[in-house]
Design a protein around this ligand. Sequence first.
Ligand code: ADP
Ligand code: MG
Length: 232
Amino acid sequence: MNKRNKMNKKIVLSVIDLKKIYDLGEVKVNALNGVTFDILRNKITTIIGPSGSGKSTLLHLLGFLDKPTSGKIFLDDKDVSKLNEEKLADLRNKKIGFIFQFFNLYPMFNAVENVELPLSISHVDEKERRKKALELLKLVGLEERAYHFPKQLSGGEQQRVAIARALANNPSIIMADEPTGNLDTQTSHEIMELLVKLKEHTTVIIITHDLGLTKHSDKIIKIVDGKISEMK
Ligand code: ADP
Ligand code: MG
C-alpha cells in the first residue's frame, strides 16, 4: 500500500503540482504554475482570486474537461492523470456535476425535462427519470415550477433547476464556476445556502469573486497568477 492509499477517505480529489500552459504558437500562457491541495469530501471549497488568475482553468482540470500540462490528479485515491479522453469523459459523466454562471438550461425544455436530460443520457427509463427529476426539483425547492420553461423562471429559479440537473447522476462532486455571477445579492446567498445543504449528498467546489459568499465555505483557496497565494 503506498502512502496515498493510507490517506483517509475524507479526501475526494487531490492535486499535486498541477500546471497548465496554453500553447498559442507564438505565445504561451502560463495559466497554472503548480498548485497542490486536497478537496475534502462533503465539504464546500471555494476558489477565489482576481480575473485571469487561473480559477476556471483549474476547475476545468478538476472536472476532467481539459488535461494538465503536468502534475497529478487523484480522484478517490486513483491517479487519473494518465487516462485517455474516453475514460476521462466517462469519469466526468459519472462523478462530476457542473453548474455555470449563465445556467445553460435548454430553452425548449421545461424544468423537469432539463433535469431529466443527464438521466436520458444514462439510459434511465422514462418513468424512473421523471420520478427522480421531480424529487430533485423538490430538493431545490422548485416542485411547483416543474413544468415552467426557463424563460418563465427567475434567474435564481433557473440556477436551482441547473443545480437539480447537476445532481441527477448522483455525482461525487458538484463544480460551479461563478454560479451567482448573474444573480442579485439576496438570491446569491439563497443559492449558496442551497449549495451548503447539498453537502449531505455531495462535495461542492465553487469559484466566486464575491468575497461575501466565502462565509458559506469550509475551505478557501486563493489563486493569484496561477499559484495558490492563500489557503484556509
Ligand atoms: P479566471 O477564471 O481566474 O478568470 P482563467 O483560468 O479563465 O482565469 O484564465 C487564466 C489565464 O489563461 C488567462 O490569462 C487567460 O487569458 C488564459 N486562458 C484561459 N483559457 C485559455 C485558452 N483556452 N487558451 C488560451 N489562454 C487561455
Ligand atoms: Mg473564470
